[in-house]
Every structure is written in structure tokens, then in C-alpha cells.
Design a protein around this ligand. Structure first.
Ligand code: PPE
Length: 305
């Protein structure tokens, strides 16, 4: 997916021109993946930009940094302000994606980055759909999700995404749209950049966090809204065979939103099109992100651009 450029990027406290937002090639993170990031969506409603769960994304950014022993040199409030400032400076009046990045900068070589500076950048740019809205054809990856005792998948660490890139490229080259990871015990885990849900006998199920998933904010949103809509939601281990025997399956993620899975390893899911529960959740999800549901209005930060 190519990037739609915006005008400015926030770097270490100031806005710089998009084309000047560069780093030295000896940046620690470039060599060793020592960086953490977030992905946040903003929805344009015709007069305002509505940023979804800003505080929760910033909180996860700080937790991810903590796992990597990185002290972010700003408060969470300041990072939230930086995000809002970046969106405003770029005058983004359409749906967009916001990418805060915290990385070990220039200064040391070798595997102890503690003396390398912690640098912060925020980009915001127009962004459309991440996966085909009508549904995606998936395979179970030949790559396992990184084990929770190897690298922490719950932290949004840049280096973790090598695992995702391997699985994604393999899937695409084999004619699929997206890959589903099993964990190192063989249980269903997540997508390359999405959490996964299935529906069996009308009950919604998703793998528990201990399988080594990213603790998705969209996953949390979907669990909450599904329960409120009266569905039973289970966080439980899921066997690979259940992927072939479920009535519905879908991905959740900031970028993916709610994306139906229409086939897995060449077996249709349900009738091979979006299922009724997935459709209902999707409708509700878009009402929530647009701030149309009173109970969840606190999840939406409205920005005048
Ligand atoms: N698992 C992974 C591995 C993951 O990367 C994401 C987000 C999720 C689950 C869902 O998390 P959440 O966004 O909090 O619901 N992936 C982000 C980056 C994707 C990319 O290609 O870059 C995203 O959706 O923004």
C-alpha cells in the first residue's frame, strides 16, 4: 500500500516538512528493530475529525516502550497533544491514519541501546481501506507467531513485525489476501496485523491474550459492543480445525476495522460471504467510532481541523 503524503511530521517536539523527516542510517532501531509504534484512525464526519480511542492507543504506546526499557521523554498528555497538533497542521479533512513511533536513535552500536536517545515522531496522513471490505481469503501461515517467551507480541514492537511481514508476503505470493498465525502450541492466534474472531453456533470466540496476540483495542471494542448487543463472547483457545468449521470469521484492527474472512485454506467460511453477526457488529462499530453511541462518546476525540 503506498503512502499518501501529508505536509508535516512531528519529530521530537517540532513539526518538520514531510520530506525532511529523516534519520541517520546508524539509527539503532534501523539495525535492531528497537522501536515501538501505534496505529490510530481518524474519521472525518464532514466538519470534524473523530479520533478513536486516542488515550488507549497512547497508553499502549507507553506500555510497549516500557517493555523495551524506553523512557519516552514526554508525558502521555504531551504525546496526545502532539498527535492533535500533527492532524491540525496537516489540515487533514478526510479519513486518516496516525502513526506515532518511538525509537532508539543514533549514538550506539551493539545490542545494549540504553545509551541511545529515545526519539519520538508522529505522522498523520490520508488513509482508506486496509483490506478488501467485502472479505478476505486467508491461509494458515507456515510461520508461527513469535512465542510470548521469545519476543513480546503484546507490545507493539517494530522488530515483531518481521514475523508479520514474512507471513503476509508468503500469503500474497501463494494467492491469498492475508495469513492467520497459529501460536507455538498450534492454537489459532491472530492475523499479521489484526486480531481474529470466529462464530460457532451463534457464539463469538476469540483467542485469549496468552496465546501471544497484540491486545487489540478494536478487539476490546468488539468484545464490549458484542456483549452489549446480547451476544455471548468467549476468550478461549481455538483449534485450527475450528477455522474450517465456523459459521463466520472476521478480523479486527485499527487499520482492518472489521473485515470478514470469506475463506480459509480454500474452504469457504459459511456461505463464502459476510455473515449476519459480522455485519451487525460492523454496523455498530462504525456508529461507535463516529461518536453516535452515547455510552462510548468518551472514546472519540473530536478535533476541529
Ligand atoms: N494484531 C497485530 C499483530 C496488529 O498489528 C494489530 C494492529 C492488531 C492485532 C489490532 O490491534 P488494534 O489496532 O489495537 O485493534 N495493526 C496495526 C498496524 C497494521 C500495519 O499494517 O501497520 C493497525 O491496525 O493499525
Amino acid at each position: 500500500m503506498s503512502i499518501v503524503e501529508a505536509k508535516y511530521i512531528w519529530m521530537d517536539g517540532k513539526l518538520v516538512e514531510w520530506s525532511d523527516a529523516n534519520v541517520h542510517v546508524m539509527t539503532h532501531a534501523l539495525h535492531y528493530g528497537t522501536a515501538v509504534f501505534e496505529g490510530i484512525r481518524g474519521y472525518w464526519d464532514g466538519s470534524r475529525l473523530k479520533v478513536f480511542r486516542l488515550k488507549d492507543h497512547v497508553r499502549r504506546l507507553f506500555y510497549s516502550a516500557k517493555v523495551l526499557y524506553m523512557q519516552i521523554p514526554y508525558s502521555p498528555e504531551k504525546v496526545e497533544e502532539a498527535i492533535i497538533e500533527t492532524v491540525r497542521a496537516n489540515q487533514i479533512r478526510e479519513n486518516c491514519y496516525i502513526r506515532p513511533l518511538v525509537y532508539r536513535g543514533y549514538g550506539v552500536i551493539g545490542l545494549n541501546p540504553l545509551k541511545a536517545p529515545v526519539r519520538v515522531a508522529v505522522a498523520a496522513f490520508p488513509f482508506g481501506k486496509y483490506l478488501e471490505e467485502k472479505g478476505v481469503r486467508c491461509c494458515v501461515s507456515s510461520w508461527r507467531r513469535i512465542a510470548i517467551d521469545s519476543q513480546p507480541p503484546a507490545a507493539k514492537v517494530c522488530g515483531n513485525y518481521v514475523n508479520s511481514c514474512l507471513a503476509k508476503v508468503e500469503a500474497i505470493l501463494n494467492g491469498f489476501d492475508e495469513a492467520i498465525f497459529l501460536d507455538n502450541h498450534g492454537y489459532v492466534c491472530e492475523g499479521t496485523g489484526e486480531n481474529l474472531f470466529i462464530v460457532r453456533d451463534g457464539v463469538i470466540a476469540t483467542p485469549p491474550t496468552v496465546t501471544g496476540i497484540l491486545e487489540g483495542i478494536t478487539r476490546d471494542t468488539v468484545i464490549k459492543i458484542a456483549k452489549e448487543m446480547g451476544f455471548e463472547v468467549q476468550e478461549r483457545l481455538i483449534a485450527r480445525s475450528e477455522l474450517y468449521m465456523c459459521e463466520e470469521a472476521f478480523f479486527t484492527g485499527t487499520a482492518a476495522e472489521i473485515t470478514p474472512i470469506v475463506s480459509i485454506d480454500n474452504r469457504p467460511v459459511g456461505d463464502g460471504s459476510i455473515g449476519p453477526i459480522t455485519r451487525k457488529l460492523k454496523t455498530r462499530y462504525f456508529e461507535v467510532v463516529m461518536g453516535k453511541v452515547d455510552k462510548y462518546k468518551t472514546w472519540v476525540t473530536e478535533i476541529e481541523v
